[in-house]
Design a protein around this ligand. Structure first.
Ligand code: ADP
Length: 212
């Protein structure tokens, strides 16, 4: 059973293919009076969901009601490394004031803190910074290392994790972002930060999957 909302043009394409199969994308485009480029995403959705079958050099066939799980399976193949962003890193002895400025300049909601050997040692988010200012601390003097959430309590990801794992961790731990790490020389206490996954990365992927 198909349970996605197809748009009007996609429904028209299905009708055309049902009647004229096999039919090439050029011929579908001519019938709809649009360019082939316009049809590309519609045809991708219709083949991904299994409604249409594409055979090279022959054209499109109608193959049934389709299956939304085809799309789900595709999403399962997407890895953290495919969608991660560049992390914003800060040293633990940096002042809380400087971290606040850095967060504004980098347009992020949290920063990853590294120690003197550049291994992950913590995360500081907007709430941590607000808490520090509420307490009346002198944020010019307070090192970020004193107010951050620190390892081993940091939730991390590996670049080979799938995006569902990332989304689940964000929901389960009620956090906005996760550092992506590798263990240097296989040593779990030496985490190098190579990326960052935030709610924005996941939301952007969601939009792309549905638009394509
Ligand atoms: P905000 O402060 O904007 O609500 P979060 O929800 O991400 O942002 O952060 C809430 C709390 O969780 C903060 O104390 C922060 O330090 C902590 N935190 C943020 N990211 C992580 C993470 N990956 N692992 C562990 N704790 C985190």
């Amino acid at each position: 059973m198909i349970n996605i909302q197809l748009n009007e043009r996609q429904l028209k394409i299905i009708d055309i293919v049902k009647e004229e199969e096999p039919i090439t994308s050029e011929n579908i485009a001519t019938k709809l009076n649009v360019t082939r480029a316009t049809l590309r995403s519609d045809l991708a959705i219709l083949t991904m969901t299994g409604i249409l079958d594409a055979r090279p050099k022959v054209g499109y066939f109608y193959s049934g009601e389709g299956d939304i799980f085809a799309i789900n399976n595709n999403v399962k193949d997407i890895k953290v490394s495919d969608i991660m962003s560049v992390p914003v890193l800060t040293k633990q002895n940096e002042s809380t004031y400087d971290v606040i400025v850095n967060m504004f300049l980098s347009d992020v909601g949290s920063v990853v803190i590294i120690d003197n050997d550049e291994y992950l040692c913590g995360v500081a988010s907007r709430k941590d910074l607000l808490k520090a200012t509420l307490g009346g601390t002198d944020i010019n003097k307070m090192p970020i290392g004193m107010i951050m959430t620190r390892t081993p309590n940091i939730i991390t990801l590996f670049e080979d994790d799938d995006v569902i794992t990332a989304a689940n961790k964000i929901i389960k731990h009620e956090i906005d972002s996760l550092p992506v790490v590798t263990f240097e020389h296989g040593d779990e206490s030496k985490m190098k930060v190579i990326g960052r996954i935030s709610k924005t990365n996941i939301t952007r992927l969601f939009v792309e999957v549905f638009e394509n």
